[in-house]
Every structure is written in structure tokens, then in C-alpha cells.
Design a protein around this ligand. Structure first.
Ligand code: IMP
Length: 434
């Protein structure tokens, strides 16, 4: 059986939680490979509505092993809260394993995230303030504390002493704030260690055992491609890599083990935080999409910026990820819209371009070139087959597929598992010309 990576294809919040929850039914394992508790995956299933930040969306099935991979940064406090909330609601979390190589978010990371954002002033990134950037910075600087360090308290104390010494210099001299206490943090993390110890282990062995047994494995992405550290709208990006290349690095599964890479796109675009969103709508239409779709952040509650589907960014995303297929979510949001616009190119300096610029200042000067398509005055939420969709919705999905350069595998017309239409089978569809 194959390995499928599920990747956010836009600016995050594309509905990956629903997609993974749906595909996990036939899987033996779901692995989160990037990000941290900055992610917010909403899952609505027969057990209720759940908002997950770190725990893979496969946790609702008794047959699925859920792995927090080495590529994730873990805030132990939020993980423990999430575990307790799930258990309180009758969800068994005994099949969760945290990679001993995953880095931890420490109190100084959240503090520094806040100080750094404040110091950026009007140029603030609009981070989730979860300490994600500073935690990944420490990983790269080889100053991180990993989940495995919780298993050896003597070495944990030793490492904390070293790292907090350096952080305190930064906190007191640069940010002019109080130093942190090594002992306090040691005590706090020791108590997290006691709670999390049964969950921490060597996930590489488990992943490969599952692979060798021929089981279906899902690699669950977090955030979206356009927030990628290399290919996103830098510096308005997150600090890890949400793209398919990192599905391998963040899980310990080699690239040639990944059989299908599926991009999750919303039928329109949204973004939270600062940075360019070329098709952003500042008018009544943007407001209409936000309210119709209830586009408010799962993690921060912030209103999301909304805009038309961006075909230029969509194709760029499909290319750098190597999408073999796509899932288009939230088609139903457009039920009752008279007409829809799709961005097919950007106008920059009097010329039309279809490449996605690296430079923020260029991107800010790009004006979307739109194609207008007729909408549909019909409720699609009850559709279960392609033929149930109005012709206009079919045409819209086909146009998006054409712009992305890959087939659409599924279209979603509501948050529930059943509100999903198979358009092209994941394993039969030809990958297309990206
Ligand atoms: P950070 O990941 O908290 O450092 O935030 C960096 C940027 O990524 C900000 O613009 C955030 O709003 C955005 N971001 C981080 N996580 C998510 C997510 O799960 N969905 C959408 N945007 C996100």
C-alpha cells in the first residue's frame, strides 16, 4: 500500500483536517511532519467537532497510529491540553507517538516571538505568537531541546542551564526584561516529561515497519505552501517548510517512498497575518466570502483575509510540490453567487506574467488578471456525485484543475466526511503536466 502526502497548497487553512480525517479511515498511520501548534485543524465527524493543533487528524480511528514527526516543534503544555481534551471526550490517545527527535517549544521561544514581533512594528509578520520562529531558529543553531531530552532528566537540566544562560543574555540585554529561572523551567519540563514519557519514542522504526507491512500511510502537512520558508512570500512566512519535500525530512520516509502528493486548495484564497495576497478583496465581496465561510482563525480567532482563487499561485504551488492530484474544498461557499472570478495571470509593469515573483515589492505591484465565470444558484451541500453538481460548479472545478496543472481527486461541499465527491480516483488519475 502507498504513502500519500497531504499538502496545504495556498496560505494555510485549506481544510486539510477534514481531508486527513476522511482519508485516514483506510490508513494505518498518519504522520504530522511540519509546523507546531500554530496550526489549527478543524475536524467534524460523528464524534463531534474538534480543533487539533498538534495531534494528527487520524486520532479518531482506533486502527490508526498517529505520529508527531521529527519535523514538528512541540509545545508540551499545549500537547498535554490537547490530549486531556480528547480523552475527556472519549477519544483514545494511546496510539500517539512523538518522535524523540522533535524539538520542543520552550518558554523563551514564546517570549522571543512576542518581543521580535513587537520590534518589527508596522512590518510585523502577524505570527501566531506560539514561539514557532524562535524554536526553529534554535533547531538550526543547534541549541534546541528535543522530546528525547525529556527522557533523561540529568542531561535535560544540563542542557537547560547552557541554553537558558544564552537566552537570558538576550532577554536582559537586548529586550531589557527579567531573566528566566533554570530551576523553574526544569521543574516545569520535568512534570511535562512525566506526562509525555509514554508517548515519546523512535518513530523511524515504526514508520518503516508500517511501510514494510504494506500499510497505507498519510503524511499530514500543516500551514500552506505560500507560507513556506523558501518558496512562500518571505519574510511573511512561517519558519518551517509545509511543502512535499519536507514531508520526507520531517517524517524519516525517503522521497522515493511517497507515492502520491495531493494538494489541498480552497475554492478561493485566504490568509491570516501580514504579507501579500494578490487577489485579496477589500470590498463587500471579501466580506461576503468571509461571513459565508466563517473565515476566522482556528488558533488565534483572527478574521482571515479573503480573495478570489489565484491560479498563478496555484500553479506555482503544484509545481514545487509535484502534486499528483488536488482536493478542492469549500465549493459550497459559492452557492448562490451570481458570478465568480479566477485570477489567471498578474499584470506587472504593463506586462502579463504567469510566474510567481519571489520579491515582495514585485508581488505588491502585481494586479490580478481575472476571468469571470458564471456562478450557480443551487445548494451543493447534498451532492454526492459529480453529476449532482450544477454544470457551472463542474466548469469552475475543471478550470481550477486546468490552472493548477493537475487533476482534481476530490471536491468538498461541506465540513462533514460524507460531503465529499470523488472526481478522479487518487490512483488512476494521470499526474498531468505541471
Ligand atoms: P508563525 O508560524 O506563528 O511564525 O506565523 C508566521 C505566519 O504564518 C503568520 O502570518 C501566521 O498567520 C501564518 N500561519 C502560521 N500557522 C498558520 C496556519 O496554520 N494557518 C494559516 N496561517 C498560519
Amino acid at each position: 500500500m502507498p504513502v500519500i502526502a497531504i499538502i496545504g497548497a495556498q496560505w494555510g487553512d485549506e481544510g486539510k483536517g477534514k481531508v486527513v480525517d476522511m482519508l485516514a479511515e483506510k490508513s494505518a498511520m498518519v504522520i504530522r511532519f511540519a509546523g507546531g501548534d500554530n496550526a489549527g485543524h478543524t475536524v467534524i465527524n460523528p464524534k463531534g467537532t474538534f480543533k487539533l493543533h498538534l495531534i494528527p487528524s487520524g486520532i479518531f480511528y482506533p486502527n490508526v497510529n498517529c505520529i508527531i514527526g521529527n519535523g514538528v516543534v512541540v509545545n508540551p503544555e499545549s500537547l498535554i491540553n490537547e490530549l486531556e481534551n480528547l480523552e475527556k471526550r472519549g477519544i483514545d490517545t494511546g496510539r500517539l507517538i512523538i518522535s524523540d527527535r522533535a524539538h520542543l517549544i520552550m518558554p523563551y521561544h514564546t517570549l522571543l516571538d512576542e518581543f521580535e514581533e513587537r520590534s518589527r512594528g508596522r512590518k510585523a509578520i502577524g505570527t501566531t505568537l506560539r514561539g514557532i520562529g524562535p524554536a526553529f531558529t534554535d533547531k538550526v543553531a543547534r541549541m534546541g531541546i528535543r522530546a528525547g531530552d525529556l527522557l533523561d532528566k540529568r542531561s535535560l537540566r544540563h542542557r537547560l542551564k547552557k541554553v537558558i544562560g544564552i537566552k537570558n543574555t538576550l532577554l536582559t540585554r537586548i529586550h531589557e526584561t527579567e531573566p528566566l529561572s533554570v530551576e523553574e523551567i526544569y521543574r516545569q519540563y520535568s512534570s511535562y516529561a512525566d506526562k509525555l514519557k509514554p508517548y515519546i519514542g523512535d518513530t523511524v522504526e515504526m514508520v518503516h515497519d508500517s511501510l514494510n507491512s504494506g500499510e497505507l500511510i498519510l503524511l499530514e502537512g500543516a500551514q500552506g505552501t505560500m507560507l513556506d520558508l523558501d518558496f512562500g512570500t518571505y519574510p511573511f512566512a512561517t519558519s518551517s517548510s509545509p511543502i512535499s519535500g519536507n514531508a520526507s525530512i520531517g517524517s524519516g520516509l525517503a522521497p522515493n517512498r511517497i507515492d502520491r502528493i495531493i494538494g489541498v486548495y480552497k475554492a478561493y484564497c485566504t490568509r491570516v497575518g501580514s504579507g501579500p495576497l494578490p487577489t485579496e478583496l477589500h470590498d463587500e465581496m471579501g466580506h461576503r466570502i468571509r461571513e459565508q465561510a466563517q473565515e476566522y482563525g482556528t488558533t488565534t480567532g483572527r478574521p482571515r483575509r479573503c480573495g478570489w482563487f489565484d491560479g498563478v499561485a496555484a500553479r506555482f504551488s503544484a509545481r514545487i510540490n509535484g502534486f499528483t492530484g488536488a482536493i478542492v474544498t469549500r465549493i459550497d461557499v459559492f452557492d448562490g453567487f451570481e458570478s465568480l472570478k479566477v485570477c489567471v495571470a498578474y499584470r506587472l509593469g504593463g506586462k502579463e506574467i504567469t510566474r510567481f515573483p519571489a520579491s515582495i515589492s514585485e508581488l505588491e505591484r502585481c494586479e490580478p488578471v481575472y476571468e469571470e465565470m458564471p456562478g450557480w444558484n443551487q445548494d451543493t451541500t447534498g451532492a454526492r456525485n459529480w453529476e449532482d453538481l450544477p454544470l457551472e460548479a463542474q466548469n469552475y472545478i475543471n478550470r481550477l484543475s486546468n490552472l493548477m496543472g493537475c487533476p482534481v481527486n476530490f471536491a468538498c461541499i461541506g465540513p462533514e466526511r460524507a460531503q465529499t465527491i470523488e472526481v478522479n480516483p487518487v490512483f488512476k488519475a494521470k499526474p498531468g503536466q505541471l
